[in-house]
Design a protein around this ligand. Structure first.
Ligand code: GLA
Length: 393
């Protein structure tokens, strides 16, 4: 029996314990890392996310009733939702994602309810567990309403679902996140995404000889509680100062001349540094895509180091543990580059390492980080995963 079948059987048993029936379908939505292009999706920049094997899985069946019941294995809790209760306000718990998706995803028809049992192996912050949950819910909700399963090749509908997920997070949960995570999770693989036009390109994978190591600092954070919203506000402030320029295309994609004039016009050193990160990160993504297509991994690694420095010094979204773990990786002499990934303020970093050196790299990083912080980091190889999907059981 394959590992997947065993996994599905065990989950079906758990489903039966909670709901007294067997699930008919499984929805799987991966987590993601971001190779480069950090904190520029919400101002129209280029990003380079890659989905990973770690995922959220949801087993479900339609009930013919209206109520939606969701059990979270992680929180060991069953929540009930009335889709017609569109006036319900967020309560600050994981149930907000379900309620928000039902509300904004227009789940108003009677008799379209379902029972859903959720589990996840996306432990570390920074791997986008919340967008993964939302993408899964969006796929299941669409299935419940239309009786259709979104197929893999329907990119334009998947983009629509990604925008729906972003709206739920922005307008119901209350986090002003960009569009990178849901697009990445719904599309799968390694992509270069233009967050202004939503055009995306599938990139050549990291060559077989090398891999990206995910380094979880063990320091959790939530987007809601972090300085994420403050950064989004700072960028809006910079854009509003320069209403004369064509910033409808987003701060990240301005031409070099306009970018220079914005930089020299900003008198507040903090805002100047924020803008410097946006412009320099955008340029690094272009170069990183080039480096990857040429197979020039040392250049890619160098750009990752530069990206981390910019996020730490100019954008100030790194933190002690992220700086320590990435520095330990560089100091090992075995990584081509290392940087934080995702929103920052804790969570995960990534390092580009030759496969032959991974074991030694991980041992050195774990020892050094543990010595400095007292925390044993979790290190794993990021294997590229599929986009979100649904299968009949
Ligand atoms: C979080 C957000 C994304 C993006 C990253 C930083 O993951 O959800 O939209 O802004 O942070 O690049």
């Amino acid at each position: 029996m394959t590992e997947k079948i065993v996994q599905h059987r065990q989950a079906a048993d758990q489903f039966y314990k909670v709901f007294g029936e067997q699930p008919t379908h499984v929805a799987q939505a991966p987590g993601r890392i971001n190779v480069i292009g950090e904190h520029i999706d919400y101002c129209g920049g280029l990003v380079m996310p890659m989905t990973i094997k770690q995922q959220t899985r949801g087993y479900y069946r339609f009930t013919g009733r209206s109520e939606v019941r969701v059990f979270s294995d992680r929180f060991d809790a069953l929540n009930r939702f009335n889709p017609l209760d569109v006036m319900r306000l967020p309560s600050g718990s994981w149930g907000d994602y379900v309620q928000g998706l039902l509300k904004i995803g227009a789940h108003r028809q009677l008799g379209r309810g379902f029972d859903l049992w959720l589990t996840s192996d996306l432990s570390g912050g920074g791997l986008s567990s919340s967008a993964s949950l939302l993408a899964l819910l969006a796929m299941v909700n669409h299935h419940a309403l239309s009786e259709q399963i979104v197929d893999d090749s329907n990119s334009s509908f998947r983009l629509t679902l990604a925008l729906l997920c972003q709206q739920v997070e922005n307008n119901f949960v209350g986090v002003p996140s960009g569009v990178m995570d849901p697009v990445s999770i719904l599309m799968g693989g390694l992509i270069k995404l233009d967050c202004r036009t939503l055009k995306f390109e599938r990139l050549r994978p990291i060559p077989e000889s090398h891999c990206l190591v995910v380094m979880d600092t063990g320091m959790p954070r939530t987007l809601a509680a972090s300085g994420y919203a403050e950064r989004v506000r700072e960028i809006a402030q910079i854009e509003s100062f320069h209403s004369g320029v064509n910033h409808r295309q987003g701060l990240a994609q301005l031409d070099a001349g306009t970018a220079d004039s914005i930089l020299s016009g900003l008198s507040d050193p903090k805002l100047k540094a924020r803008a410097r990160h946006i412009f320099s990160e955008q340029a690094r993504v272009e170069k990183a895509a080039e480096a990857l297509s040429e197979g020039n991994l040392s250049r890619l690694g160098h750009l990752m180091n530069e990206s981390h420095r910019s996020l730490s010094e100019d954008y100030q979204v790194s933190c002690g543990p992220l700086d320590q773990i990435t520095q330990a990786s560089r100091d090992s002499g075995l990584a081509l580059g290392a940087r934080m990934t995702g929103a920052g303020f804790g969570g995960c970093a990534i390092a580009l390492v030759a496969k032959i050196d991974v074991e030694q790299h991980n041992a050195v990083v774990a020892a050094s980080y543990q010595k400095q912080t007292g925390v044993k980091p979790m290190l794993l190889i990021a294997e590229s995963g599929n986009g979100a999907r649904i299968d009949a059981l």
